[in-house]
Design a protein around this ligand. Structure first.
Ligand code: GRF
Length: 187
């Protein structure tokens, strides 16, 4: 069984959803650790509830990004993770880190890439008044919100959508797509 290390900064609903599928036996993997860069983040409560080991790697405790990432890498290797699953990790990883885990580092992004990269993808799509957006699961490369696509799906934006209703539907699609992409990758 492949081992997954998750990295999250905040809410962690995608982390929880994937772990629930792992625990239900619908994603063939083992969730070995959650790494979180924000003390007190909600994803840590979720990890405790789910019985997944969590480690806080607080960026503020490190002199620079290289030292912070060295600790992340140390933990990933300590837990012998085969893949790193980013789930709302709000920092940009260096090219060194990305190269070290090439084809083992996975991200989910709430748009149909290459459209709407960046931290506000759902809002950007909504405000652009486009007819559709989507969700993308992809391997991480040094360029942000780019890299080989594992799975992506479009989602129509309805004329009566509000930003809130669109966000809900994008997240619901994420909860379907991340497990599906991992299933595809791992089986
Ligand atoms: C998701 O929309 C994901 O696509 C993006 O960050 C958000 C994380 O949400 N990368 P959550 O923490 O999983 O609830």
């Amino acid at each position: 069984m492949k081992k997954l290390a998750f990295i999250a900064s905040g809410n962690g609903s995608n982390f929880e959803n994937v772990v629930r599928e792992i625990q239900a036996g619908t994603v063939p993997a083992e969730a070995v650790v959650l790494l979180c860069d924000k003390p007190g983040a909600k994803c840590l409560e979720r990890a405790a509830r789910l019985g997944v080991t969590a480690e806080v790697v607080d960026r503020k405790q490190f002199a620079d990004r290289a030292a912070f990432e060295a600790r992340l890498a140390e933990l990933v290797d300590l837990y012998q993770a085969d893949y790193i699953v980013l789930a709302g990790f709000m920092r940009i990883l260096s090219a060194d880190f990305v190269h070290r885990y090439e084809k083992r580092l996975i991200n989910i992004h709430p748009s149909y890439l290459p459209a709407f990269p960046g931290a506000h993808a759902i809002r950007d799509a909504f405000e652009a008044k486009v007819k559709e957006t989507g969700v993308t699961v992809h391997f991480v490369i040094a360029e942000v919100d780019a890299g080989p696509v594992i799975l992506q799906e479009k989602l129509p934006i309805r004329p009566d959508d509000t930003l809130e209703s669109l966000e809900t539907r994008v997240h619901d699609l994420e909860y379907k797509l991340y497990p599906a992409a991992l299933r595809q990758l791992l089986s």
